[in-house]
Write a protein that binds this ligand. Structure first.
Ligand SMILES: NCc1[nH]cc(CCC(=O)O)c1CC(=O)O
Length: 355
């Protein structure tokens, strides 16, 4: 290895979860390329700065990524480590997804308040909660899907980083009986023991890309792309590319009530080219939970492009079976309520140091 090799700088948001995720990628790269030099940079984004406005009304799809992309395109950093679910389906000109890492937990989890009981009975699942119990989540996807099945529960917004949210939950004077959070985030932050139960499909379809890490690079950076190949888990990648293709057709970000479930069954045939049977389920739910469309597609795929085609095909089927009306209604509602929210001009973020 030559000494002139450039140092590769990984960057992410400065939240604790983002830093842990960046270090996961850093460690993987270091062990795959022990002779190379790597650095990290952490910065805050629009989403971090605006903690009071409901995510649903903030609207912008690039809340968590824009400032980072500016630094990437200016060549100050080389790889952005994101929770894939926060990455818009359309990337800015010059940016590309270099890697998608293995998804260990795609599902959502219920976290019940410490010491909370329903009339003396332990609460394990949503079914054990009493009518009127307050469940905290800031995701319209979760609220829409769960309102439909649990009309007796009260869903309330909760913001802040995970530590803040858990503190709000456990506050003896607080109003939440439980929270719903992505399992992946809880586990990575070391709060896996707080998971009371998982909430999975068909009760709750998770978000597109949930639980997987994505690495964004400059589209023309061949070296970064090569390093990314060592990070990619192709099975997760094909599943997530299909999920993202579905969302791209629906023109939504992480703040639309679109849920998915995917599975790639790979035949055990040593030496054969990559292939598998991809099953993808997609859902669109009205914000009040009254209408819900659910469609499924299953096919043998032998390339990521084919997986994406399947996702796009499923999106069309969702749109044609009532999804279009639900999405149009949400757009109208949002335009009415968020008229005053301006997309702020994103400037270069100078409050970070590369280490
Ligand atoms: N925007 C929130 C967000 N983005 C990624 C995660 C968790 C990690 C993941 O889903 O990969 C979370 C928190 C949550 O939804 O509970």
């Amino acid at each position: 290895m030559s000494a002139e090799q450039r140092r590769i700088v990984l960057a992410s948001r400065s939240s604790q979860l983002a830093q842990i995720q960046t270090n996961i990628v850093l460690d993987t790269l270091k062990s795959a390329f022990p002779d190379r030099a790597f650095g990290t940079a952490f910065m805050s984004t629009q989403g971090d700065k605006n903690q009071s406005q409901a995510l649903y009304l903030l609207g912008g799809k690039s809340l968590w990524t824009k400032e980072l992309e500016v630094a990437l395109l200016e060549g100050e950093v080389d790889m952005l480590v994101h929770s894939l679910k926060d990455v818009p389906t359309a990337l800015p000109e010059g940016c590309a997804l270099g890697a998608i890492l293995e998804r260990e937990h795609g599902e959502d989890s219920l976290v019940v308040k410490k010491g909370y009981t329903n009339g003396g009975k332990t609460v394990h699942t949503l079914d054990d909660l009493p009518v009127g119990a307050v469940v905290g989540t800031s995701s319209v996807r979760r609220v829409a899907q769960l309102k439909r099945l649990y009309p007796g529960l009260v869903f309330q917004d909760v913001r802040g980083n995970l530590n803040t949210r858990l503190a709000k939950l456990d506050d003896p004077n607080g109003s939440y009986a439980a929270l719903i959070l992505a399992k992946a985030g809880l586990v990575r932050l070391g709060f896996g023991d707080r998971v009371t139960s998982d909430i999975v499909a068909p009760t709750l379809f998770h978000a597109v890309g949930q639980g997987a890490l994505g690495v964004e690079i400059r589209a023309d950076d061949a070296e970064a792309r090569r390093l990314c190949d060592a990070l990619t888990h192709w099975q997760t990648s094909w599943r997530c590319l299909a999920e993202r293709a579905l969302l791209r057709v629906l023109e939504g970000g992480c703040s639309v009530p679109v849920g998915v479930q995917s599975e790639l069954v790979v035949p055990v045939v040593p030496g054969e080219a990559r292939q598998g049977r991809l099953r993808l389920v997609g859902t669109i739910t009205a914000l009040d939970g009254q209408r819900h469309v659910e469609r499924e597609i299953e096919q043998d795929v032998s390339s990521p492009e084919r997986a994406e085609e399947l996702g796009a095909q499923l999106a069309k089927s969702l749109v044609e079976s009532g999804g279009r009306e639900i999405l149009d209604e949400i757009t109208k509602d949002r335009q009415g309520r968020a008229g005053q929210v301006e997309e702020s001009v994103v400037q270069k973020n100078s409050e970070y140091s590369i280490t």
